[in-house]
Write a protein of this length. Structure first.
Length: 334
């Protein structure tokens, strides 16, 4: 224990690829970081597996910080899979049992990413990574998020559509596409049928999240002009934008300007094609929106939410200090 009074902040971003934890001072100096595996309670073999990943990431961060759980004034967990009230209750009870904060806050992962990109956490956000998280929050703390609505495109859905296009092209049910050669090469296969076998045979990892790795490949082929790939990216981007509009309207943000935070590994593709599709579609309906496409990592938002819980005023200097003290890209690589 560092001193007799808990004074540190814990922020955790738990997703379908990785779980990242930061231990910080109230002023934004990161003292410890930790990384573990998938912690979405819907997408692990057992809920205990997901919870153990969170425990591993936080324990690593505390160890680096030279701190104990008793030093944590607030722990905020921005989690994929924190969708229904019973999910939030399960996660809260687990984090209380672990002792990860004198006060504990569980939010859907859309809200952590939103807080990272919006100075006061007010606005809407689209986070497109392995999964998809879309959410909004207004000044009265009213929130809406897409977690339990399977209506948008994350990396996994984009990957599934890419595979389907390749299969259809092979069978003559769809147009030829450059995705075929790219997907065959990605799997180090020799044919479409071999790809199909690897993705569907017994004893293989057929989990939908593994297909998310195809999303950057899909966007690259779209950026290179392949019409089939372009159509998939347009469809997914348009749908994600439309769900972001639903989120904004659900909390009454559509009456005035607000920030739209765009984040996640799939949106970071150098072409910015998916990002542009979302941006253009949203601004067609709500031209007063300001798009934030350079927000800090979502885990920074989790730390800031923890700080907010102590009634500390939003302070850009604290955010800047958090970002400046982040370690290298290894912590966030997927």
């Amino acid at each position: 224990m560092l001193d007799s009074k808990p004074s540190l902040l814990l922020g955790v971003d738990g997703g379908n690829t990785k779980t990242v934890a930061l231990v910080s001072t109230l002023e934004g100096a990161i003292l410890g970081v930790g990384r573990a595996g998938r912690s979405d309670i819907y997408n692990t073999a057992d809920e205990r597996v997901a919870l153990n990943e969170v425990h591993s990431a936080v324990t690593a961060a505390l160890t680096m910080a030279g701190a104990d759980a008793e030093d944590l004034a607030v722990g905020t967990f921005s989690m994929a899979g924190a969708d229904w009230p019973e999910d939030i209750d399960l996660l809260r009870r687990a984090m209380i049992k672990f002792g990860f904060g004198q006060r504990i806050q569980i939010v859907n992962d859309a809200l952590g990413a939103l807080r990272a990109g919006a100075p006061d956490g007010i606005g809407a956000a689209v986070i497109c990574g392995t999964g998809i998280a879309i959410g909004a929050r207004n000044t009265q703390e009213r929130i809406w998020y897409s977690g339990h609505w399977a209506v948008a495109f994350g990396g996994a859905e984009f990957g599934q559509r890419a595979l389907l296009a390749v299969y259809e092209a092979h069978l003559g049910l769809g147009p030829p596409t450059s995705l075929t050669d790219s997907v065959i090469s990605f799997f180090d296969a020799t044919s479409t049928e071999e790809v199909l076998h690897r993705c569907t045979a017994r004893g293989t990892d057929r989990h939908w999240m593994e297909q998310a790795r195809l999303a950057p490949l899909l966007i690259q082929e779209a950026a290179s002009g392949d019409e089939v790939a372009c159509a998939i990216v347009r469809e997914g981007g348009t749908r994600n934008a439309d769900v972001a509009l639903v989120a904004a309207r659900a909390v009454g943000l559509d009456a005035g300007p607000f920030p739209l935070v765009l984040a996640g590994g799939v949106l970071r593709h150098p072409s910015r094609l998916l990002e542009k599709t979302i941006r253009d579609r949203v601004m067609e309906s709500l031209p007063m929106v300001s798009v934030v496409d350079n927000s800090p990592e979502p885990v920074v938002g989790a730390v800031l939410l923890a700080r907010d819980l102590l009634d500390a005023r939003p302070d850009q200097a604290v955010t800047d200090r958090l970002v400046a003290s982040l370690p290298g890209d290894w912590l966030f690589a997927t």
